[in-house]
Design a binder for this molecule. Sequence first.
Ligand code: TNX
Length: 544
Amino acid sequence: FFLLFFAIGSLSITITNAQDSGPNMGIIPAPVSLKKASGSFTLSRQTVILADSTNNKAVVFLADYLRSKKMLNIKPGIDSNKNTPNSLILTSAGTDSLPAEGYRLTITPQQITIAGKGAGLFYGIQTLIQLMPADGGATIQLPCVQITDYPRFGYRGVMLDVCRHFFSVEFVKKYIDLMAAYKLNNFHWHLTDDQGWRIEIKKYPKLTTIGSQRAQTVIGNYHDRTPQQFDNTPVGGFYTQDQIRDVIKYAADRYINIVPEIEMPGHSEAALAAYPELGCEPTFPYKVSETWGVFHDTYCPSDKTFSFLEDVLTEVMELFPSKYIHVGGDEAPKDAWKKSAFCQKLCKKLGLKDDRNSTKEDKLQSYFIQRVEKFVNSKGRSIIGWDEILEGGLSPNATVMSWRGEAGGIAAAQQNHDVVMTPGSGGLYIDHSQGKLSEEPLNIGGYDLLSKIYSYNPTPAILTPDQQKHIVGVQANLWTEYIPTENKAEYMLLPRMLALSEVAWSPLANKNYTDFANNRLPSHLAWLDKNGFDYHVPQAIGAQ
Ligand code: TNX
């Protein structure tokens, strides 16, 4: 029935070419400054690309793009003469005053110049591509313009949960392509959870032979439907280390960092099914979870567990160059620790006691995360975790992902910790529906219109300007309990990812939902159609 829904959805779109309507010429995210000028540049097969270096990821990306659209079929040359007419110049010259990741795009009747360093040059190219028709063409008229642009936040993230349902390498690359087109730069890969362990770890093969395999999956609305029904269909899937290296390179070529997440101490049923000795009750029949929610079992804070996690993280850090290593930390119930003689003894040994603010088990979680943090720091990396890592005392160098509203992020920033804002209450839980529940497929968490995520402002006014500097960015999360297919993942992601890009990139003063939804979105939806993506058709402005 999703297919039917999508089909009805696409019929109701009116496709307009919004390229030059409105003040932002169709560009998403809205740039910092855009000045239209008169005249146009004609991009044709005679146009030459000239670059400081032809061996540059951004230059290669543009040449490949133009070749794929059959626009230009030439190799970029070296920019020795900036006055060559009919040229597209890619340069880092004159960009010292631009903020990080910034670029300048200037189109005159004679030349196109994109100036920027590294990611900046790449983003200038993304903007130029947005100014071109989706189909390409042998001759393209580009309106003259002068754009100066740079991001509001350094961390612009999207999470994909590949545990509740598994997604192929090809799909992950498509996700990364979309992120790159919209200047998002951190792909948070949620690789382990109760319902599946999805990353090959050489030292612990059972994590994938056992932990990636689920016997069956609950059907329907898990939270409402009793008795539960199951589909009787085994599912599994994981990424080999070679596949992971390939995805990391693919992302890096698009200036996207991948933040790997290894959940601890909760959301660890799949790992415990593989290695029960890591739980507090080693004889307990753990299994890869077939339903959703929060589970009683967690890793026991034993030396065995810490050496296991250090081994796992060592392989993870050998694969992923990311500064941030995500250690989860969310929704870890403490019942098993309360009942465990080992944990109680450990609390005593560590001198942990209940007090008004937290229980000794909360403090034990804090001890757990701090011990792992020390290890991660010793390898020159930093941990990032869900806001529960605040409870019982925050690890000294940790960055916090604030998901249970903004309170955790505010508290962390007030303690001078960096924060990525990702509150469900801000419309950033893109597993929630985008329209009335009666009109949408089954999802979790209610519904949030596109305008909600668009209007989110990641810097709470209660923070002082200095504290606001600790808000390093913003992220949207795609949890996949109710997202079994790639089509549905796209449908949930789009077009919210476009709204997110503007939250993460554009200056607050340049944001305008009417301009976004009316002037710019239509041409992007047409582009998504042409490229075969599913997406939710947003409500007309004013409709509820
Ligand atoms: C809470 S957000 C979770 C996830 C679920 C999600 C569903 C977070 C850190 N934990 O395990 O998938 O809600 O919306």
